[in-house]
Design a protein around this ligand. Structure first.
Ligand code: ADP
Length: 455
């Protein structure tokens, strides 16, 4: 999950917990305030009626009923009932008979002296009243219509308020998290562009003060160290292979002279020829490593020129066939583009030659008849060079590793090679902003597609 989404979710969770607890506490404190207020009204009603009933002699039962009825602040469904200590109903303010209070409640009132309880929306208050001459059980009950409707209104207001606040907070937290994380997204985009061939790129260090700028500064410092280490390794490979060239050339020359000498017997000649083959392989390896070191340069450090693909393939074909008499390279340039630009690339002549020669030589080397087929495809951006063979193919389990330096598939152990050709080809193609794609099936052959941007 993205950090921005995480921040939004966490922030919203916290805001909703705060809002919901605030709304709940407002609701419950208002609810208990209403209840307290209503019970105190019921208590007032109960005690006033009880006082009139027991203490004022002039007030008769009927008069009391009338007083109760015309009382100004009469409550909804209000009832006042007076019982004696034997649970006998002495007075009710209702015209008709009312549901009597259960004996259990009356008994509870006798022991507790004051009780409160609810039945549905009706709230009951009971008190043990001590009059001038007697004790009574007085129960008043009613429905708090206004209080309950206010409570209901408050409930809906709070629910709608919380929902609106949550929607607003979701939008705001999403907006702010995106805004505060946008410098990180910028750094990610810039880091994405940095590859092995442009390690000299640096990410924007912003204001140089905040945490993201610090991260960018540290990242740039790490890039500097990486670049230095990489350059050291590259120049080591380049120098070592360069230094090896002179003695290898000298040895080759000396052996060639020795072979031609008269006083060399057949056995020694055979041995010298085999040494010469090995020296040539060593030479190839050292040249390959030198090319690899060059391919690791930044494209800005490489000398570029306009190269016609058909011409360079023709030159490579001639060179390979000259070196390996049994190799056949068939070139099929049927679909020539109308535009000359489409067949021209801006590239390093030496590197592109090395890349193409590797793939073409592999196609011949790894097929029994030593035949490679080359064709071209074009679109308005790229030229694709397709090198095809009907050779041994690459085992599926080795496919993932064939671009690794010095890696060779399991089925080629008896064929000479060093495993740096494809590494080199891939680096060169990527250096020129191209792509390399290999499809192979064991025993059937291999198709290598090199796509390069044309002019
Ligand atoms: P090598 O010097 O071994 O040819 P490469 O780097 O050119 O080194 O190739 C790496 C490996 O990929 C080879 O060892 C071989 O196993 C496999 N490979 C490359 N091209 C082909 C091909 N055309 N047919 C079969 N296998 C191939």
């Amino acid at each position: 999950m993205k950090i921005g989404t995480k921040i939004t979710l966490k922030f919203n969770f916290i805001v909703s917990v705060i809002l919901i607890s605030f709304a709940a506490s407002v609701y419950f404190s208002f609810s208990s305030y209403r209840e307290e207020e209503f019970y105190s009204r019921l208590k007032e009603e109960a005690t006033t009626t009880a006082k009139l009933y027991s203490d004022v002699e002039e007030v008769t039962y009927d008069v009391l009923k009338k007083i109760d009825k015309i009382s100004e602040n009469i409550l909804t469904d209000e009832k006042v009932l007076i019982y004696d200590l034997d649970n006998k109903l002495l007075y009710s303010n209702q015209e008709i008979d009312v549901d009597e209070i259960s004996h259990a409640k009356l008994d509870e009132l006798k022991t507790e002296k004051e009780i409160r309880y609810k039945e549905g929306d009706i709230e009951f208050f009971g008190t043990l009243f001590t009059g001038k001459f007697n004790k009574f059980l007085v129960i008043s009950c009613a429905m708090d219509e206004y209080g309950l409707s206010k409570l209901q209104f408050l409930k809906y207001t709070l629910i709608i308020g919380v929902i609106i606040a949550l929607i607003i907070s979701t939008f705001l937290s999403f907006f702010f998290s995106r805004q505060s994380l946008s410098p990180i997204s910028d750094v990610i985009k810039q880091v994405d562009i940095i590859t092995i061939s442009n390690l000299n790129h640096r990410v924007n260090e912003g204001n140089g003060k905040d945490e993201i700028a610090q991260l960018a500064i540290k990242f740039n410092k790490m890039l500097e160290r990486l670049e230095a280490a990489f350059e050291m390794q590259r120049s080591f490979v380049s120098n070592a292979s360069h230094e090896l060239r002179t003695p290898l050339t000298a040895i080759t020359g000396q052996i060639e002279v020795a072979i031609m000498g008269d006083n060399v017997n057949k056995e020694a000649q055979y041995l010298l020829n085999s040494i010469l083959d090995d020296i040539k392989e060593l030479n190839k390896l050292s040249n390959g490593l030198l090319d690899l070191a060059h391919a690791n340069l930044d494209i800005s450090e490489v000398k570029l020129s306009f190269i016609r693909i058909d011409e360079i393939i023709g030159a490579i074909q001639a060179e390979i066939v000259k070196r390996n008499k049994d190799y056949t390279i068939e070139i099929d340039f049927m679909d020539y583009p109308d535009e000359e630009n489409w067949i021209t690339i801006n590239a390093s002549d030496q590197l592109i030659k090395a890349a193409l020669a590797n793939v073409i030589e592999n196609a011949c080397k790894y097929s029994a008849r030593h035949v490679a087929n080359i064709s071209l495809e074009f679109d308005n951006k790229n030229v694709t060079i397709i090198i095809q063979d009907s050779g041994i193919g690459i085992p599926e389990e080795n496919m993932a590793h064939i671009f690794e330096p010095f890696y060779r598939a399991d089925n080629v152990k008896l064929i000479k090679g060093h495993g740096i050709g494809l590494t080199l080809t891939q680096r060169i193609i990527h250096l020129h902003n191209g792509t390399i794609n290999i499809q192979s099936s064991i025993g059937k052959g291999t198709i290598v597609k090199l796509q390069l941007p044309h002019l």
